[in-house]
Design a protein around this ligand. Structure first.
Ligand code: FES
Length: 321
């Protein structure tokens, strides 16, 4: 079980159309745990929803956590509930976790943000600036009105590194492949965050520009909508290494749900294959990966799988539990 923090919304303000920032401070007087750029927290919302939001403030500022949240009525309801949280409210959050850290040895870093995907990259930009490291920050949005954190981006200390690309602007369309090709070096690292279509386009641009998979890092906010493959979509079994007990997983259930019913708790967070919290070692069998967390190499190795959403191609998976 993750440790929980009681925080108060000290400040809430609109930072763009449909986007609010939330400044969270400790509600108990206990200092907030430090965090590194790329971290996120689980926010426990009224009504029992739990959602993950990246910390977009400056990691040097230890007194508060800042979240940026896009209100998306088409989402699963978390962002609408979050926008209903008012200044002065107290909420519970998890301690920060980081599945999207900055590579310390990079000679140059390129940050590519699409829409609200700007949030973790804001913290990265501030860290890279504080460490006097070489970086460029490209932020693609629909319009200036939809561009969050304009003050920090255009007038703050990182402004010289920021390139805004607006869908409705006069400037030419952002050519990600040419941009990435221009700054290619073996030690250049690229970080991408945004909607699934944006991420896929940026990953393709990086590949075409000659980047190795190990140079490109991405964070999804939600799992892309994919049609479930027919193969592996049915029932299968999982065997628990420590006890030898075999459990049947029916088509309508996840491994996490079945094991929880039998007293085996696997820590989860997003429950849709995005965050990697539930990643579990596979000792035998072939998973059918349905997450967007594992890298292509990790998928091919089949040593890990995400039991909150993934299934099995083989009749049996042996899990290191
Ligand atoms: Fe997030 Fe499984 S809980 S990937």
């Amino acid at each position: 079980m993750l440790s929980m923090l009681n925080v108060r919304v000290e400040r809430k303000r609109k930072v763009a159309d449909e986007i609010c920032s939330f400044h969270l401070v400790s509600a108990t007087g206990e200092p907030l745990p430090p965090f590194t750029a790329g971290s996120h927290v689980d926010v426990h919302l009224p009504g029992g929803l739990v959602r993950q939001y990246s910390l977009c403030g400056d990691p040097r500022d230890s007194g508060q956590y800042v979240l940026g949240v896009l209100k998306d009525p088409a989402s699963r309801g978390g962002s609408v509930a979050m926008h209903g949280v008012e200044e002065g409210s107290e909420i519970q959050i998890s301690a920060p976790r980081n599945h999207f850290p900055i590579e310390s040895g990079a000679g140059h870093t390129v940050l590519l943000a699409g829409g609200i995907g700007v949030t973790p990259l804001m913290a990265m930009a501030q860290t890279l600036f504080a460490e006097s490291r070489s970086f460029d920050f490209h932020y693609c949005t629909r319009s200036l009105a939809r561009t969050a954190f304009r003050e920090v981006l255009l007038q703050g200390e990182i402004a010289d590194h920021v390139y805004l690309h607006l869908d409705d602007g006069d400037s030419e369309r952002f050519d990600a492949e040419a941009t990435l090709r221009h700054c290619f070096r073996p030690d250049t690292h690229v970080y991408v965050c945004g909607p699934a279509g944006f991420i896929e386009a940026m990953l393709m641009a990086a590949k075409l520009a000659g980047y190795a998979d190990s140079q490109v890092h991405r964070e999804f906010f939600a799992a892309p909508k994919v049609k479930p493959a027919v193969q592996g979509n049915g029932a299968f079994q999982v065997k628990i290494r420590s006890t030898g007990v075999v459990h049947q997983i029916l088509p309508e259930e996840t491994v996490v749900q079945v094991l929880a019913r039998h007293g085996i708790e696997i820590e989860t967070s997003c429950e849709q294959g995005v965050c990697g919290t539930c990643a579990t070692r596979v000792l035998d069998g072939v998973p059918q990966h349905r997450d967007v967390y594992l890298t292509d190499l990790e998928r091919a190795e089949n040593r890990l799988f995400t039991p909150c959403c993934s299934r099995s191609c083989s009749a049996l998976l042996v899990l290191d539990l």
